[in-house]
Design a binder for this molecule. Structure first.
Ligand SMILES: [Zn+2]
Length: 478
């Protein structure tokens, strides 16, 4: 709720698929190559050139359909969406109109620790358009690069199920991590591999839905958040001033932080869709649909929910681990041993381990850490055999070399003293040498306790079991 209004958000997300070749020709599908070097008569829209569907595009889209719990339409066609724009040489885009390849799905997301289910209306396949290049160097003209013409896209249309910009962001982040897990999209926002259009409306609770506006040109998740918040406030302001929200398409300008009207409902485009006559009906057999389903690993959003519900990790911890397939595999390997709490592992993985990976630029599999040596290390700390500080020393070794953890405890002299008579002797010595702190403590200055325990740890050269040490001191201070 914003200022007494309920916010309704739906998203149309375009993701470029990372197939080897384009959707209807053999041209290379790769970003950043020399302008107009990856083109042929088909993707340049030459008269008489015939498209052939790249079957990988269908496979990738079906995988995403499975991941988003969609019904897969095994029989569907492709349609021409007619419009004129200089980056579209054919003057139509091949897309899918009434029957998309996938429809009626959903995705579960986590927002501020709470689970939400967002409906997915449809996923269809289509081709990308070229790109206009504007620069002062061109004497005020714009040039066109057709390398992107025919790059395969899936468009994922959500139900209007989101109620805040935070939910929209979580939804987009979830889609991104799923696309990455499936390996079907590069997800490089700066290269435009994921883009979205945002539909927003506001209404008072209990009243009918408000008129929505569609915002285009939203090129990052943070821009989506800013764009939605701007649009929500703009619409509320209009309503509060007794006005009416127009149904229109707006363009988000992230630099200026505002949206501007592009066109109203009256001049909305009529795309005159009709079935693409140059392509056959898509027919996918059931075995193929099922085989693709079997290729799908446990997805990051499912992992995330499992880590939070079953293992009690925080959303932040769980997200961090679940987002990396390698890190998640390591964590799952540790938890499969069923020995120690998830938090104990998460502390290492999200602390020293991530720091090491960031500092060295290595990936998880480049290191020597595995579920066995990490579990052994966690066990030594949980049992009090070594201190946390000692654990860090061992961790630094086993991350780089396959060394026996138990042997390292001896080699590095890290075993904690947990023998109570030895600890009592240390305590007696320290208490005798620090009479002032003892009387401070007895006069109510409780922080003197920490000082005394610290002195004992120092006297033991860091080897005393700190928990036991504290108990002994407390007992002696009576
Ligand atoms: Zn081509």
């Amino acid at each position: 709720m914003v200022k007494g209004y309920e916010v309704v958000i739906g998203l149309e997300t375009h993701a470029e698929l990372n197939t080897e070749s384009k959707i209807y020709c053999d041209c290379k599908n790769q970003f950043g190559l020399e302008v107009n070097s990856q083109v042929c008569p088909v993707c340049m829209g030459m008269p008489g050139a015939l498209p052939t569907l790249n079957e990988k595009v269908v496979d990738y889209a079906i995988k995403m359909g499975h991941a988003l719990n969609c019904k897969i339409n095994r029989v569907c066609k492709q349609d021409r969406k007619n419009y004129f724009y200089p980056d579209l040489p054919k003057a139509y885009q091949i897309s899918q109109a009434e029957v998309p390849l996938c429809e009626n799905g959903y995705v579960d997301i986590l927002v501020d620790g709470e689970e939400r289910r967002i409906g997915v209306t449809r996923i269809h396949i289509e081709e990308d358009a070229g790109k206009l290049l504007h620069s002062d160097k061109f004497d005020g003209c714009s040039l066109v690069d057709l390398n992107r013409c025919g790059v395969p896209l899936i468009e994922i249309v959500s139900e209007p199920d989101m109620r805040s910009s935070a939910e929209a962001k979580a939804y987009l982040e979830t889609l991104k991590s799923i696309l990455q897990y499936l390996g079907i999209c590069d997800c490089k926002m700066e290269q435009g591999s994921i883009r979205c259009d945002v539909n927003v409306s506001v209404h008072k609770p209990g009243e009918p839905l408000g008129t929505r506006s569609e915002m285009k040109n939203v090129n990052s998740f943070s821009a989506a958040v800013r764009g939605i918040d701007y649009e929500v406030n703009r619409q509320i302001e209009i309503l509060e001033n007794g006005g009416r929200v127009e149904q229109e398409t707006r363009r988000w300008d992230d630099v200026k932080g505002e949206s501007v009207s592009m066109r109203s409902k009256e001049d909305a485009q009529d795309y005159r869709y009709f079935p693409e006559p140059d392509l056959l009906t898509i027919v996918v057999d059931e075995e193929r649909v099922n085989a693709l389903k079997n290729e799908i690993p446990e997805l990051p959003n499912t992992k995330l929910l499992r880590y939070v519900r079953k293992f009690g990790l925080s959303q932040k911890e769980a997200t961090f681990i679940a987002e990396s397939a390698e890190l998640a595999a390591l964590f799952d390997g540790c938890m499969a041993k069923g020995k120690y709490p998830a938090k104990a592992y998460a502390t290492w993985l999200l602390g020293d381990f991530i720091k090491y990976l960031n500092d060295t630029g290595k990936s998880v599999s480049d290191t020597c850490l595995d579920a066995d040596n990490l579990t052994e290390l966690v066990g030594l700390i949980e049992k009090g055999t070594i201190s946390n500080a000692g654990g860090k020393k061992i961790f630094a070794v086993i991350i780089e070399k396959k060394e026996d953890v138990a042997a390292l405890v001896d080699k590095l002299g890290l075993a904690q003293v947990s023998d109570s008579s030895a600890l009592e002797a240390i305590a007696d010595e320290v208490l005798a040498a620090n009479e002032k702190s003892v009387s401070d403590y007895k006069n109510g200055k409780t922080n003197a306790l920490g000082y005394l325990v610290g002195q004992c740890m120092k006297a033991s050269k860091g080897k005393a079991n700190p928990g036991m040490m504290k108990e002994i001191i407390l007992k002696k201070l009576g």
